[in-house]
Design a protein around this ligand. Structure first.
Ligand code: ADP
Ligand code: ADP
Length: 230
């Protein structure tokens, strides 16, 4: 699979904020999509709907073949196993080593230690951090921590990688290195959808740009720049 489809999706928060207003969006297998827009536009809300952190107020969402409208609460882990999610603040577990952070999801799935060790070694190599396997997250730089988080996101070979401001805490040079890794993941055919307000990365690594303003999609442009000349 690797597809995402939103049809007339609206999300109102309990306090009355209308975060998304009747959004429709289709992403095909293997696409790389930037969700851009100012802070408060609704990018995070859209991303959270995809991995069922939030439920829409109305509308239909299909992710990787899962009809989220009819997904039971106990089936949510099944959906999430097909997704890799990367956050701005890394969300690594501080008391686990790098290797344990990356392998944890496989451990929960009941994979044996040999399988885990081999998968962890492989993804750590892909993000260039084999040597840090037995370190703890707080011994690493921000860029290295984000690489670990990406390794964790891809260790189970997800068909879709979802990233919410993955370079938000990183300097421009480190961000460029992180983007190279996302590009490589996409080159293998994995769908990537990334919320970002980082103009430099969007302009330097052109992909489809979906711009959100005040809860609505105002632009959907293949190979677009961050800002749009009207
Ligand atoms: P972005 O990711 O583009 O910065 P968000 O999706 O975080 O935008 O926010 C969209 C709107 O929804 C904003 O007005 C924000 O204040 C509001 N919002 C976000 N999360 C919540 C929440 N948990 N409860 C109420 N309002 C929220
Ligand atoms: P083990 O039971 O094999 O000693 P640990 O409990 O120390 O493993 O670590 C948790 C998981 O992380 C294990 O399943 C293991 O396969 C993996 N792991 C631990 N250290 C490394 C490493 N240096 N390189 C790759 N994977 C590792």
């Amino acid at each position: 699979n690797g597809t995402i489809k939103l049809k007339e999706v609206t999300k109102n928060y309990p306090n009355g904020v209308a975060a998304l207003k009747d959004i429709s969006l289709t992403v095909q297998t293997g696409e790389f999509v930037y969700l851009v827009g100012q802070s408060g536009a609704g990018k995070s809300t859209l991303v959270k709907l995809l991995y069922r952190e939030l439920v829409p107020t109305s509308g239909e969402i299909t992710v990787n073949g899962f009809d989220l409208q009819h997904l039971r609460e106990r089936e949510v882990p099944k959906l999430r196993r097909t997704l890799g999610v990367v956050f701005q603040d890394f969300k690594l577990l501080p008391k686990m080593t790098v290797a344990e952070n990356v392998g944890y999801a496989l451990h929960v799935l009941g994979k044996n230690n040999d399988e885990i060790r081999s998968a962890v070694t492989q993804v750590l190599a892909e993000v260039g951090l084999e040597a840090q396997a037995d370190h703890f997250p707080d011994e690493l730089s921000g860029g290295q921590q984000q690489r670990i988080a990406i390794a964790r996101a891809i260790v189970n070979s997800p068909q879709i990688v979802i990233a919410d401001e993955p370079t938000g805490n990183l300097d421009p040079k480190t961000s460029a290195g992180i983007m190279t890794i996302f590009q490589r993941i996409n080159d293998r055919g994995t769908t990537v959808i990334m919320a970002t307000h980082n103009q430099q990365i969007v302009d330097e690594l052109p992909h489809r740009v979906v711009e959100v303003v005040d809860g609505q999609i105002v632009r959907d442009e293949e190979g677009g720049q961050y800002t749009h000349e009207l």
